[in-house]
Design a protein around this ligand. Sequence first.
Ligand SMILES: C[S@@+](CC[C@H](N)C(=O)[O-])C[C@H]1O[C@@H](n2cnc3c(N)ncnc32)[C@H](O)[C@@H]1O
Length: 291
Amino acid sequence: MQYFNNNFIEDKGVHILDKDDKYVANFGKQWRDHVDIQIDSKNGFNCSKDLLENVIFSDIKYFQDKTVLEIGCGAGRFSEHIIKYAKELVLVDLSQAIFFNVAQESTNCKRIKADFLRLIPNKKFDVVVCRGVLQHTPSPKESIKKLYEFVKDEGEVIFDIYPPPKIGYFSPKYFLWRPLFKNLIEYESCEKFLTDNISLLLKIKRIIRKIFFNSRFISDCFLPVYDYKDVLKLNDKQLEQWAVLDTLDGMYAEYENPMSFKRVINLLDKYNVEIKYSSKIHNAFRTSLKK
Ligand SMILES: C[S@@+](CC[C@H](N)C(=O)[O-])C[C@H]1O[C@@H](n2cnc3c(N)ncnc32)[C@H](O)[C@@H]1O
């Protein structure tokens, strides 16, 4: 693998550095069992492409003829779009997801199963993309710094990180729901319960929301089931599928370390990084190393 100086083992077309899923075993199960849910081409929507274009602050053609490293690619909701334009797309994920990624058949796609923090760069990339990942790493500060090791001097690093909820760690998600789910309910039992009852759970959640002045924040405090109604253009079945997937995502990720927009800006300043575009809505940044 020309891009990295690590010793990989090859298995089913994947370069493997970390055989074990370590702290992302939940994501491996999630992407194995719900691989198609967020893939535009399998569902006749454009949710993933729209989100990607928002995060890169550009049309998808931005990737034309570029070498791209996508870190934490998951099942490939973005990979399937990037691959159409990139000269070469290298996908990295620590979890089993790398075996299920939908871009795997493309000849310009290479896959690595690794903790990206352990990768030793050799040849650098035009673009590094890391979306939906950093808050799930043990130290987002260290992870953000690491992203710049993989990019060419004139290249760009694009990432987002979830912002903390309005009331920070006082949010029930942190002191109640996540500890409760992770310690008392097995992932598989929760998945079965959600799948069997999601229609009812969403109905209850929407009633709670109505009672509390349409507040998503308050309804999230009572019932931690994700509901994208009126947020994304999804039909009822898709709303249920996304609710199951993202509830598992939110409750079982080992690490959930959000970072505010302001903190990211201060950090990038410390790392001598230029911010070319940023979005408070997506807490997303398109950046490059200062000359
Ligand atoms: C919430 S998913 C996001 C997947 C995709 N980027 C998306 O936005 O839908 C986070 C992904 O990051 C991966 N991940 C987390 N920490 C990682 C690490 N240190 N190295 C490589 N992948 C990691 C997980 O395995 C998981 O597939």
